[in-house]
Ligand binder design. Structure first.
Ligand code: KIV
Length: 293
């Protein structure tokens, strides 16, 4: 990889934050305003997540349909708007499952065309070899284990993972394998807090929890969930810090009412014209009666 631009948070700093016990903050981002708001709020990492399928593109309860080209469009938009935060391009389903070569080819697209600093992929198993290949190509990789939405069908739905001792041990093994493959961090999704805390202790690289308790090195939430833009059922792990959907709908309702009643636009939101110019304009119109023929 090339040298990060000045001001960009470096990956070694993330590892140093873990060692110092400083929490790392990640949020998803899908557009330029969101990226700017997050940067202004001091967020460390922007994940252009494949949750875009649901929260931006309108697919119901699945991240699977989003394509590489759609993800590249969103990643480019976020990367253009943010300076300091690390930009994570989330590799969608189908972009790394087929082979190591395919995974590297698509990861390169995320960096070259999308402007991502790093990529994220889900799972262990074959994903360990994909992660190793991408890292060998010079692109840093964030792992993601526990509830991995791209394989939700195989997992029996959007269910908490690692609730039995056996499955918890498997998660430990998966995390260690991904670390050995060269991942610079790992997302732990919907994993009991005690299991996530033990994984975090065992790893040298930082962990990011989403529904994995306070023992992780950092946290990640979906932008639309934490801001109250997502409607309907939300997972237990989501904390809402605002209720923007109500605010937006209120504003749109007021706008529609004012347009229909003629209250908008008023003088304050309209442009005036010099009286002399207006009179000249009217006179010119009168002198051309055939204007509409
Ligand atoms: O796509 C995404 O937003 C994610 C987070 C839920 C971690 O993978």
């Amino acid at each position: 990889m090339s040298t990060p631009p000045p001001g960009k948070l470096g990956l070694p700093e993330l590892a140093a934050m873990k060692r110092r016990g400083e929490k790392i903050v990640m949020v998803t981002a899908y557009d330029a305003p969101g990226a700017r708001f997050a940067e202004d709020a001091g967020i460390d990492i922007l994940l252009v997540g494949d949750t875009a399928a649901m929260v931006v593109l309108g697919h119901e309860s699945t991240t699977v349909p989003v394509t590489v080209d759609e993800m590249l469009f969103l990643t480019r938009t976020v990367a253009r708007a943010a300076r300091r935060p690390i930009i994570v391009g989330d590799m969608p389903f189908g972009s790394y499952q087929v082979s190591d070569e395919d995974a590297v080819r698509n990861a390169v697209r995320f960096v070259k065309e999308g402007g991502a600093d790093v990529v994220k992929l889900e799972g262990a198993g074959t994903s360990v070899s994909r992660a190793r290949a991408i890292v060998a190509a010079g692109i840093p990789v964030m792992g993601h284990i526990g509830l991995t939405p791209q394989s939700a069908t195989m997992l029996g739905g959007f269910k908490t993972q690692g609730r039995t001792a056996e499955r918890a041990l498997e998660l430990v093994e998966e995390a260690l394998e991904l670390e050995r493959a060269g991942c610079f961090s790992i997302v732990l999704e919907a994993v009991p807090s005690a299991v996530a805390a033990r994984i975090t202790e065992l790893l040298e690289i930082p962990t990011f929890g989403i529904g994995a308790g306070v023992g992780c090195d950092g946290q990640v939430l979906v932008y639309h969930d934490l801001l109250g833009l997502t409607e309907g059922h939300l997972p237990r792990f989501v904390k809402r810090y605002a209720n923007l959907s109500a605010e937006i709908k209120g504003a749109l309702t007021d706008y529609a009412e004012e347009v229909r009643s003629g209250a908008f636009p008023d003088e304050e939101h309209s442009y005036s014209m010099d009286a002399g110019e207006l009179a000249e304009f009217e006179a010119a119109l009168q002198s051309r009666p055939a204007l509409r023929e």
